[in-house]
Design a protein around this ligand. Structure first.
Ligand code: 13P
Ligand code: ZN
Length: 277
């Protein structure tokens, strides 16, 4: 069933665990991710990112999300990830996403506030929750232009925008790291958790190190975004052996994605969530 993320993230916020946010890009990936959530009987956040438009457009992704999400027997939150264009974000609100991210984190503070505020007003009138980003989580494959989240700016941003959850930058980056795992700034995370009274989100979860991610969840991160590791699991499943049929390959890819999703549920200690259906 499709649900809003509000009460789920608040529960995680109170109890020191996180929900995984899994990006999906086709029917194989969404079915694998839901299968993991059903196996564990835990809610799931399924996300389509605007930057994945070349692979699958919003209308098709939404149709997949609504179809598989409605028939799942766990709560499913359908999330627009990294909505950059305000028009697209508003369309996502109108068409059935249960939460949206407006990402103006590469703009200056005032523009990020005004763009986010506009979306918050629009979405809240329609019962949809909003995530925004303060500081900036960059990308490993390009020049990493990450910018740590400042505590004062985060506090001001939360108050001025009325946003429901906030993505913060504490050392992760999108994609695969060039060397090892990143060093996360847990002191900054704790300061943010103390100063900001809304759920915090961590982007760039892939390959960030299980211990790092578990600790981040314990210290105040309520949602961790994972994409690259899932895409790579699917890719590597196709490379480890030669398959006799397309169907064997599809099964192997789905199993690889599902196993990894279950692993991340374990890392984030999502089983601290109590209100099972
Ligand atoms: P990764 O691809 O690094 O897991 O980041 C995912 C993400 O942040 C999606 O918004
Ligand atoms: Zn992200």
């Amino acid at each position: 069933m499709l649900v809003s993320s509000k009460i789920y993230l608040k529960d995680a916020y109170k109890k020191g665990y996180a929900f995984p946010h899994f990006n999906y890009w086709d029917s194989n990936s969404i079915r694998a991710e839901i299968a993991a959530a059903e196996e564990l009987n835990l809610p799931i956040i399924l996300a389509w990112a605007e930057k994945h438009s070349p692979e699958i457009g919003m209308d098709d992704a939404l149709a997949l999300g609504k179809y598989f999400g409605s028939k799942a027997n766990v709560p499913v939150m359908l999330h627009l990830d990294h909505g950059v264009s305000p028009d697209l974000v508003k369309k996502a609100v109108d068409s059935g996403f249960t939460s949206v991210m407006i990402d103006a984190s590469d703009k200056d503070f005032e523009e990020n506030v005004s763009t986010t505020k506009d979306i918050v007003e629009y979405a809240h009138k329609r019962g949809v929750v909003v995530e925004a980003e303060i500081g900036h989580v960059g990308t490993n494959s390009t020049e990493d232009n990450s910018k740590y989240t400042e505590v004062d700016a985060a506090e001001k941003f939360a108050t001025e925008t009325g946003v429901d959850s906030m993505a913060v930058s504490i050392g992760t980056s999108h994609g695969t790291y060039k060397t090892g795992t990143p060093k996360l700034n847990f002191d900054r995370l704790q300061e943010l958790r103390k100063s900001v009274d809304i759920p915090l989100v961590l982007h760039g979860g892939s390959s960030s190190g299980d211990d790092n991610l578990r600790k981040a969840a314990e210290l105040g991160i309520t949602k961790v975004n994972i994409y690259t590791d899932l895409a790579n699991a699917s890719l590597h499943a196709s490379e480890v052996q030669k398959y006799d049929t397309e169907m064997d390959l599809a099964f192997a890819q789905r199993k690889a994605i599902k196993d990894l999703c279950e692993h991340y549920y374990d890392v984030f200690e999502t089983n601290k969530y109590e209100y099972r259906v």
